[in-house]
Design a protein around this ligand. Sequence first.
Ligand SMILES: [Zn+2]
Length: 173
Amino acid sequence: MSDITLPPRLRDLEPVRSIRTPASLHYNYTAGAATSRFLRAVAEKRLVGQRCPVCQKVYVPPRGSCPTDGVPTEEEVELGHTGTVTSFCIVNVPFMSNLMEIPYVSALILLDHSDLPIMHLIQEVPYDQVHMGMRVEAVWVPDDEIGPTLESIRYFRPNGEPDAPFETYKDNV
Ligand SMILES: [Zn+2]
């Protein structure tokens, strides 16, 4: 057994249980050809997906190929700015650098004519009224702030249409 003898000044101090080490990571994201086309369309206030020639699914944002069939998805499909909430989460936990006032709702939204939901915020409705099947529309930032990023959509809000039948989004819950 070793017995480390500490200098008298240190011997009576509390043991160190934790330390803070602020750290940050900086990323350069390379979008690739398919996502670049998608983001350039967003900068024109358009939402464009790509259809798989085999399974006919429309992917948004497109990655350039179908993960199921392994073939390029070259046909571009113009999507509307409306969609259906397929799933959602009420965020009640504040976290560092989050500017949102809690509680708020983050949801999976299946844009009309697409087959893969995107994640975005739901606003302009009390959080406890958000539900599966709710029809929503995109609210864009002012035109002079629109750029090649999904942040060009500020959030989605209910558009007043009746709820979508479960059958129409059951594969994307
Ligand atoms: Zn496919």
